[in-house]
Design a protein around this ligand. Sequence first.
Ligand code: ADP
Length: 264
Amino acid sequence: MDEQTKEIRKAYEVEKKARKELERLDRAKDQFIMATQHHLRTPLTSMRGYLDLLLDGSYGKVPKRIGEILKKFETSTKNEVRVVNELLDISQFQLGKEVVNLQENISIETILKEVIEEFQLETEKKNIYLKLEKPEKPFPQIKADPQKLKVALFNVVDNGIKYTKQGGVTIKIKKEQVPRKREQKPKIKIIIQDTGIGIAKEEIDNLFIRTFERGETAEKLWGPGKGIGLFLANQIIKAHHGRIWAESEGKNKGSTFFVELPIS
Ligand code: ADP
């Protein structure tokens, strides 16, 4: 065997070893995800189920005060299920797995109305508004994964409410009228605008591309944010062949989030 063949063989062995190690790490990650699913999501979901049964009186009448406490439990459990699901989705995206299952003829109106309904109690409690402006034309149908798209929009609206003390959040939908170029497909733009704490310009872009990234103002002032919502929203929207971005005039000047999606 000449020197060159020896070198090639050596490089091949190194590459093979590295590939094996990567495969092992990939399997370890998969096992971690499955364990998280099994040990966290399953019991949390079952807790939530029992709490729902207790609250709707399936095990007998619940005294008012205890009912109120059970409701708080139920809300916390629901939030925990949501966080576990989001972390699982993020790991799946990072592993390059297919997370989004696109279906034809999905109504964006239904998704947005469901999102808004989830925040009714919170907006009443905070005394801020959350409104969906009726578009001039009927809402177009889109190609989407309704559950995942709901998660993405939920996160953006959730932030709008979380980071707004006065005023509120307005959601608008616009259809791009005529595609400027022939190859450009028609799109819808969902605009989620709040009157809250705003975002410093230099922070905006990183919020979508880094996990556990938080704005300075939000970190100091606004309690237990996790810094994963916008990262996940970005991954989901990208998997829908869409785009998400934000604009803000700065501190205390509100923020506007834009989600652009192709129409089926
Ligand atoms: P978090 O759980 O921290 O809200 P996100 O990924 O959803 O995580 O958001 C990341 C960061 O982006 C927030 O911590 C906050 O600094 C900033 N942010 C997101 N939405 C808004 C908003 N509507 N107004 C002001 N800051 C926002």
